[in-house]
Design a protein around this ligand. Structure first.
Ligand code: NDP
Length: 480
């Protein structure tokens, strides 16, 4: 079986414990590789390597850092087929999705921040006749980046790219459920000539490696994407150490459909926003609210299309719904479908495990599931499921749907479908979330602030927000 190694001080190394975890292919339910079961000793080595590298990397001219990062992006592009297949096998997502969406986005992340650093500038605040202030923005030092399993390379690079571009050295931990593409990236970094110790990747469990990163006194900032509960634990541990924190957490996003929308466009996008990547995207719209006058029309058309979605081998080009990333997550999603039934919901389609014929017959597949008949405040409609499960419900007024939308403890994203732009602007202003899409979904400009409110997170990533997070501002005041 293929063995994954840590990437520390520019080398691929075994974990100090010598222990490995099984890494599963969710489409077959079988272990297919071994992932290091690292611990705080590996994090210590990685941190020391990063500290050593920081001196030279932080003062390297931005265009030189940029050039190395662009080389990394180029090598990812060159190896896109291998990376897409690896991501699909590791995560369960359709290979075409990895090839057309996620790996290209990882390339864009690195190119975006690798070139942003050449344009990054700081402010000056003149006090006419008295003084001038200018802001120095310097890299923080060694920073920790912890990422989840749903969009593995995409989210991993979304964090490490701005951190490295702005001159920090990184100790990173990908999810132990999907370590493969971060390992392939380590090989690419070696090939691209990234100086030793600038990026270190320590594989293993959250409670060992993740918490060792969080608790390390010489790691000065943590950028985390993952579940709200884990985010709260990281904040609890990091707060007394006064670390800089960026937390991108869970969601329970509303998708609000008004009767005057462009129905066909809305229907196609709603299929995507419900089930792309098996619904394992923090931005998926899991609560669909439909204006009552078109409720039945929507329900019939939506169910017909959901039933037609091809579930099966993620390596086939025709597959629209792949496997759920892990057995534990598969069981969690299935338990929420049971909960929905107990809460009085009616499963309109899906709700069951699927066993495709052939090599994937023992994989963790769930049919895309649509549920109706639930109140807005039941657990199914309040807690994050993070799988191919959506609820649908009618609404009568703008005020009512706003109350439904804002009723959860989350506030990551929302989607609004209407041709009435006055209404759309009004709703967008009132919805409590970090992102609002009007007549679209997942349309992303990397310059825009990205993040959530309430329990969906603290801080923003993307564009200058990320570059500011990964630098420390210092005001210098000169008396004239
Ligand atoms: P988790 O919170 O379980 O894990 C995220 C990462 O944190 C993993 O690398 C995990 O390691 C690690 N980790 C676990 N425990 C600790 C700990 N005590 N200290 C430090 N690190 C730890 O999230 P999932 O991987 O299950 O990802 C799904 C969640 O991520 C969903 O809630 C989803 O909404 C959210 N998400 C948010 C996004 C956003 O931008 N807001 C984007 C994508 C996902 P290990 O895997 O070994 O447990």
């Amino acid at each position: 079986m293929k063995k994954i190694f840590n990437y520390i001080n520019g080398k691929l190394v075994e974990p100090i414990s010598g222990k490995y975890l099984d890494n599963f292919d969710p489409s077959t339910g079988k272990a297919y590789s071994h992932c290091p079961d690292s611990d705080e000793r590996d994090v210590e080595l990685a941190t020391q390597a990063a500290l050593q590298a920081f001196g030279a990397w932080s003062v390297l001219a931005p265009e030189k850092r940029s050039r190395i990062m662009l080389r990394i992006a180029e090598l990812i592009e060159k190896n896109i087929d291998e990376l897409a297949e690896a991501e699909s096998i590791d995560q369960g997502k359709p290979k075409w999705l990895a090839k057309n969406g996620e790996i290209p986005r990882a390339i864009s992340n690195i190119r975006f921040f690798g070139t942003a650093i050449e344009h990054f500038a700081s402010e000056a605040h003149p006090m006419p006749g008295h003084a001038i202030n200018y802001t120095l923005r310097t890299p923080i030092g060694v920073v920790g980046c912890i990422s989840p399993w749903n969009l593995p390379l995409y989210l991993f690079t979304w964090k490490i790219a701005p951190a490295l571009a702005s001159g920090n050295c990184v100790v990173a931990k990908p999810s132990e459920i999907t370590p493969m593409t971060a390992y392939l990236l380590a090989q690419i970094c070696i090939q691209a000539g990234l100086p030793h110790g600038v990026l270190n990747i320590v594989h293993g469990l959250g409670e060992k490696v993740g918490s060792a990163i969080t608790l390390h006194s010489q790691i000065k900032a943590i950028s985390f994407t993952g579940g709200t509960k884990t985010g709260a634990e990281i904040a609890r541990l990091a707060a007394p150490m006064f670390k800089k924190l960026s937390l991108e957490l869970g969601g329970k996003n509303p998708n609000i459909i008004f009767a005057d929308c462009n129905f066909d466009k809305m229907l196609e996008e709603t299929l995507r926003s419900s089930f792309l990547n098996q619904g394992e995207i923090c931005l998926c719209g899991s609560r669909i609210f439909i204006e009552r006058s078109i409720y039945n029309k929507f329900k019939n058309a939506f169910i017909e299309k959901v039933k037609a979605r091809v579930i099966g081998d993620p390596l086939f080009d025709t597959t629209l719904v792949g496997a759920i990333a892990s057995k534990m997550h598969f069981e969690k999603v299935m338990s929420y479908i049971e909960l929905a039934k107990q809460e009085g919901g009616t499963v309109l389609c899906g709700g069951n495990q699927v066993n495709p014929e052939g090599r994937c017959s023992a994989g963790w597949f769930i049919a895309p599931t649509v549920i109706e008949g639930l109140s807005f405040d039941c657990r199914t409609n309040q807690e994050e499921i993070f799988g191919p499960v959506v609820t649908i419900a009618p609404f009568d007024t703008e005020e009512e749907v706003l109350m439904f939308a804002n009723s959860t403890e989350f506030g990551l994203a929302a989607t609004i479908w209407t041709e009435n732009l006055t209404l759309a602007h009004r709703m967008a202003a009132e919805i409590k979330s970090g992102i609002v899409w009007i007549n679209c979904w997942l349309l992303r400009d990397l310059r825009t602030p990205f993040g959530g409110v309430k329990n969906s997170g603290v801080g923003r990533e993307g564009g200058w927000e990320a570059m500011r997070f990964f630098t420390e501002p210092k005001n210098v005041c000169i008396k004239l």
